[in-house]
Design a protein around this ligand. Structure first.
Ligand SMILES: Cc1cc2nc3c(=O)[nH]c(=O)nc-3n(C[C@H](O)[C@H](O)[C@H](O)COP(=O)(O)OP(=O)(O)OC[C@H]3O[C@@H](n4cnc5c(N)ncnc54)[C@H](O)[C@@H]3O)c2cc1C
Length: 556
């Protein structure tokens, strides 16, 4: 049900290019484009640059265009680049990390595209670190059996995001609307004449600067909205990661899969001032040791790869050790390296730690796990298509089958590049259809009887409660009892938030809270449906894997 779309059309303002997308006089806007991309991380930008060769493209992004999970990626991008490496090895490592419930076709397609996509990044000016011999300085990370992680010291995501964005901003076929938050996808029920098969016709977006809603009609719409770390109290993700794409897709009728597989990064800096600053896996790749507060190592009790075990095993080991000892953190010890090496290899991490009073070269730093990456999301096929016509999804918002029950480190930037490319190839096949598909008469947004809320405290309270509940009941180690408690509580939150949504003027905060609540609900439902422990999903009531593990745990 959509509260705000009614028949009282106010005005129509079609704009097909960069110059004419804004509307004078503060009236509501109606914009038309071939391709609408929601999100300006690596997925959205890399697709836009390709799609702009054939189409007009609008990217909407809910903050400054740089703000994304992408810009914080530290470790790098996995791809087979070294002579001694090969595709089979990368495929095997990905499958092993994913507990073999990955979709092998997806894994093969992504891994084999790696070198070509890395070359494309090089062509647009992305600079990866090289050795003195001018070959790539490939990093080692948990779960990989070879050094295959391309990096730009410890700011890989920033380097990629900056270069992609620069290119996109210069492209006359791409318009970027910053501070525009998609509210909901436009479906048949939003048309003036509801006929024909259901498909996606674009999206309604909140212009955060004016508070007005823009109707964006598109021949094809692409969700590139990233992850949902904000569903949890402790997360390595920035504030944009509120699962908007998953929630919008679910409301539109998309299939959602595998949300129970939430990756908790084992090592975020434990310091309230740091807001879960990530200490990259690459630190352990360079020999970092995890120690208890008393100095003892413990990873040898959990996995033959010790500190380089897959992330789920490391995070669970830390969780177990913390619960056993009652301590609040463990430590990560890098003191075997010289200060000069740490400053050169990890300049940002070294400096940030030092700013908080921790010298990586002098003593072990306190670390805890935090919600980091959602392996599940909008179910897509090998071309990035959702089950709704004219609606695609790319990147962290999706469940592409690549990660299975757990993502191999540094495979997600690769996944974003790869599926952006696969979507692009599908779009050009449908070029004529797409160009002819944005002419429907869409109802404009109707604010109905919504008023400004005088009880914003209710919204803040819901944010806090949902995130804490997800951390405590749907965290690293789960049980049936906790999940059922979470299900009962999320129902109460959903009812309250629905009331806020219908009665109060839509604000960015309310828009995100509605989505976080919906993703939390879907995560709990997925977790309850999977009656086994596999990969990132660990339930003490079903401690073993099922012999016939579901590859896709689909909700709806
Ligand atoms: C700290 C950190 C370190 C990481 N390190 C690595 C690494 O080393 N290697 C690796 O492979 N992966 C890493 N990851 C994961 C990786 O960064 C992400 O999976 C990847 O960047 C996702 O890209 P994306 O384009 O799909 O989403 P994002 O980069 O998150 O972009 C999403 C975009 O959508 C926008 N958006 C969201 N909702 C809306 C809405 N309603 N309306 C309009 N716009 C919206 C956002 O503002 C943003 O622009 C890391 C993640 C974090 C947080």
């Amino acid at each position: 049900m959509h509260k705000h779309s009614g028949p009282n059309s106010s005005q129509t303002d079609y704009a097909q290019n960069k110059q004419s997308t804004s509307c004078a006089g503060g009236r509501d806007r109606l914009i038309k484009t071939d391709i609408l991309i929601i999100g300006s991380g690596i997925s959205g930008l890399s697709l836009a640059l390709k799609a702009a060769q054939h189409f007009n493209v609008i990217i909407i992004t809910k903050n400054d265009a740089m703000e994304s999970n992408t810009r914080y990626a530290q470790g790098g991008i996995a791809s087979v680049m070294a002579q001694i490496d090969n595709f089979e090895s990368h495929i095997r490592d990905t499958m092993e990390a994913g507990a073999e419930i990955n979709d092998l076709k997806s894994v093969e397609k992504v891994v084999r595209s790696g070198p070509r996509l890395i070359n494309e990044l090089l062509k647009i000016g992305v600079r990866f670190a090289r050795t003195r011999q001018n070959i790539f300085d490939l990093g080692m990370e948990g779960g990989h059996s070879q050094r295959r992680v391309l990096h730009a010291s410890d700011v890989t995501g920033l380097e990629v995001e900056k270069k992609l964005l620069l290119k996109a901003k210069k492209n006359p076929k791409i318009s970027i609307l910053e501070y525009h938050a998609a509210i909901d996808l436009i479906m048949k029920r939003h048309l003036k004449r509801r006929q024909g098969a259901d498909r996606c016709y674009g999206a309604y977006a909140l212009d955060k600067k004016t508070g007005r809603v823009v109707t964006i009609k598109a021949g094809a719409t692409v969700l590139a909205t990233g992850g949902a770390g904000k569903t949890y109290l402790y997360t390595s993700n920035p504030d944009i990661a509120s699962g908007d794409g998953i929630a919008m897709a679910c409301r539109a009728g998309c299939r959602i899969a595998n949300l129970e597989f939430v990756q908790f990064h084992p090592t975020c800096l434990y310091d309230p001032r740091a807001k879960s600053f990530l200490l990259s896996e690459a630190l352990r790749g360079e020999g970092g040791k995890l120690r208890l507060v008393n100095g003892k190592r413990f990873m040898q009790h959990y996995h033959y790869r010790n500190e380089l075990a897959p992330r789920d095993i490391v995070a669970r080991a830390i969780d177990y050790e913390l619960k056993k000892s009652g301590e609040r953190y463990v430590t990560l010890d890098m003191t075997h390296h010289s200060r000069a090496f740490l400053k050169k290899r990890f300049p940002t991490i070294y400096k940030t730690c030092l700013d908080f009073g921790y010298d990586l070269a002098a003593r072990p730093v306190p670390v805890v796990p935090a919600a980091h990456y959602f392996c599940g999301g909008v179910k897509i096929d090998l071309s990035g298509r959702t089950n709704i016509n004219n609606l695609y999804a790319v990147g962290e918002v999706t469940c592409s089958g690549l990660h299975g029950a757990n993502r191999l480190a540094s495979n997600s930037l690769l996944e974003s590049l790869a599926f952006a490319d696969f979507v692009y190839r599908d779009l050009i096949k449908k070029q004529q259809h797409i160009k002819a598909s944005n002419n429907q008469n869409v109802n404009p947004w109707d604010t109905g009887r919504a008023t400004d809320s005088d009880e914003l405290v209710g919204i803040t309270q819901n944010w806090d409660e949902i995130r804490r509940m997800m951390w405590n009941y749907v965290g690293i180690v789960r049980s049936n009892k906790r999940l059922l408690r979470a299900r009962a509580r999320i129902k109460i939150f959903s009812d309250e938030i629905r009331e806020f949504y219908w009665n109060f003027t839509l604000t960015p905060n309310l828009l995100e809270l509605r989505n976080v609540c919906q993703v939390a609900d879907l995560t709990i439902r997925c977790a309850l449906k999977r009656k086994e422990s596999v990969g990132l999903h660990y339930n003490i009531d079903y401690p073993k894997p099922d012999l016939n593990s579901m590859k896709y745990n689909i909700i709806r």
